[in-house]
Design a protein around this ligand. Structure first.
Ligand SMILES: Nc1ncnc2c1ncn2[C@@H]1O[C@H](COP(=O)(O)OP(=O)(O)O)[C@@H](O)[C@H]1O
Ligand SMILES: [Mg+2]
Ligand SMILES: [Zn+2]
Length: 510
């Protein structure tokens, strides 16, 4: 007898419906799975067989063939256990095939037949809805994730026996509602806030401008000056995620298996902080079954590269595409796959190998050549994509011990959000959302300088022998400063002067 069920897998950050066709007929007893199964799916065969047996259900020894379609897609999801199990039971007449076809099944099975959670449930549920599925069956721990998609009935039986009784119509299952996630008792979330940072007004202002315009930042400063501390507070001043952005971030975290168990929507902007020995694949994404890398996990948030010159040169080079395109394309045997990677890059580094170059209380032990060589590890093309370069000096004792109350992240975030709204209105028709994205042509069109601002920029351009790219960067940052300044239509000399300082304070020779 023949039966068909529906399961799903993920491809990139999208879900894909897999149809599971099962044929069970007289012949030499066997169970074969065809349709490019990966090792995970082959293991599924053993789990499914054992789970069925341990659930007190019986499979007749027949010649069983299972086909997973479409065949040209590599399927890696343990979540195919459930549609395979249901398909087997339907093909042997234990379940009614017509009933089984109404559902999308997505869960791994334990050997006792318990439904286990899998990754990628959100993208799968989104695909299910777009393909007109009305009912989806998931493990209890995936309920909150599946419920993020409106218009789907979600059922979460505990185990295979309960599912079989439900499909037989012997028991009713309520369609699931959100499951409260319990926080550990006495749990107080510590949030990193800008109010913790004493002094450092220039650095804080630079990060505010970066957050407002979506600009990438390089911070250079001696050890202990607070670079890491500042960077870690960056996501606290970015505007809150919109529902649409939150869904995109949740999809990525779900596919990457990084959603905390039982959780639903990710509501915080991501902050990714890879180690310097991270491989290209870890940073950019990839692998035989491509998984998102750090640039994608940082989508809509911050990618922080601390101690920048320590990173592998080829990993830094590979950042060019995601920084430029806001997405990363990964080549595979059968076609390419695209992951989103729209993030703010924050980099931090010491000014020299020993760390103390330029500090007033310490002596730098490095030669000029050593310092030059250290700086040259950063490639020109990477630096070209960083709009803001600042020096972060150590705060002095008075500042550090001052009892003055610092501005909180919430206050800064409000200004950032207001400036973003202005940009979104201006850039919407170009499908952009922040100033950092503007091309040379768009800068010419949208950034109008007052006469004094023009004069100032001309002087700077000539005396500092700026490149066209540096010139564009100054105007872009100037545009953001004007947006923070109540959304001034024209960029003033004051705005340009501040933008110039955010570059020339520290120019690395490319
Ligand atoms: N401006 C500051 N305000 C408050 N604490 C600071 C400040 N600068 C440094 N610190 C303290 O010094 C520690 C080291 O700073 P860190 O961010 O690790 O420096 P860096 O990354 O520049 O080496 C921080 O964890 C913090 O406790
Ligand atoms: Mg540090
Ligand atoms: Zn030094």
């Amino acid at each position: 007898m023949y039966a068909r069920t529906f399961g799903a897998a993920t491809q990139g950050v999208d879900g894909m419906i897999i149809s599971v066709e099962v044929d069970s007929a007289n012949g030499m007893p066997a169970l074969d799975i065809v349709g490019l199964p990966s090792t995970a799916v082959r293991e599924s065969k053993e789990r499914v067989r054992t789970a069925i047996k341990n659930s007190g259900l019986r499979l007749r020894s027949e010649k069983i063939t299972i086909n997973l379609a479409p065949a040209d897609v590599k399927k890696d999801s343990a979540g195919l256990d459930l549609p395979i199990a249901v398909g087997l039971l339907a093909a042997q007449g234990r379940l009614r095939p017509s009933v089984c076809e109404e559902f999308l099944f997505i869960a791994e099975l334990s050997l006792e037949g318990i439904l286990r959670s899998v990754t990628g449930v959100l993208p799968i549920a989104l695909t299910a809805r777009s393909k007109d599925f009305k009912k989806i069956i998931v493990a209890p721990e995936n309920v909150n994730e599946a419920l993020l998609v409106d218009g789907l009935e979600v059922y979460a039986p505990k185990n295979l026996i309960e599912l079989v009784d439900f499909l037989d119509g012997e028991i009713e299952l309520e369609s699931a509602t959100p499951v409260p996630v319990d926080e550990p008792e006495g749990f107080v979330e510590l949030v990193d806030d800008f109010a913790d940072v004493q002094g450092q007004y220039t650095a804080k202002r630079a990060l505010e401008i970066a957050a407002a315009g979506g600009h990438n930042v390089l911070m250079v400063g001696v050890p202990g000056s607070g670079k890491t501390m500042l960077a870690k507070r960056m996501s606290s001043i970015l505007p809150e995620l919109t529902r649409e952005e939150a869904l995109e971030v949740t999809k990525i975290f779900s596919v990457a298996g990084k959603l905390p168990k039982g959780s639903g929507l990710v509501t915080k902007r991501p902050f990714q902080n890879p180690n310097h020995d991270a491989s290209i694949a870890a940073i950019i994404g990839g692998g035989t079954i491509p998984v998102p890398g750090q640039v994608t996990l940082a989508h809509h948030g911050v990618l922080f590269l601390d101690e920048l010159p320590e990173f592998k040169k080829n990993a830094l080079e590979a950042l060019r595409e995601p920084l430029e395109e806001r997405q990363i394309t990964i080549s595979r045997v059968n076609g390419t796959l695209t992951f989103p990677s729209s993030m703010i890059l924050i980099c931090a580094m010491n000014p020299c190998p020993c760390g103390w170059y330029g500090d007033k209380d310490h002596t730098c032990r490095c030669s000029d050549t050593e310092i030059k060589r250290y700086m040259r590890r950063l490639s020109g093309p990477l630096l070209d994509r960083i709009d803001i370069h600042i020096r972060v000096p150590r705060v002095n004792y008075e500042e550090l011990s001052s009892k003055r109350r610092n501005e909180s992240s919430a206050v800064i975030r409000q200004r950032v959000s207001d400036a973003r709204k202005i940009q979104m209105r201006r850039l919407e028709k170009y499908h952009m959302f922040c100033n950092a994205q503007m091309t040379h042509a768009l800068i010419k069109k949208l950034c109008i300088l007052e006469t004094e601002a023009e004069d100032l920029l001309k002087t700077v351009f000539e005396t500092k022998k700026l490149s066209v790219r540096s010139y564009d960067r100054i105007i872009k940052v100037g545009r953001t400063i004007a947006d923070l300044d109540g959304g001034k239509e024209f960029i003033s000399a004051g705005h340009i002067a501040e933008a110039v300082k955010l570059r020339s304070d520290f120019e690395i020779e490319n």
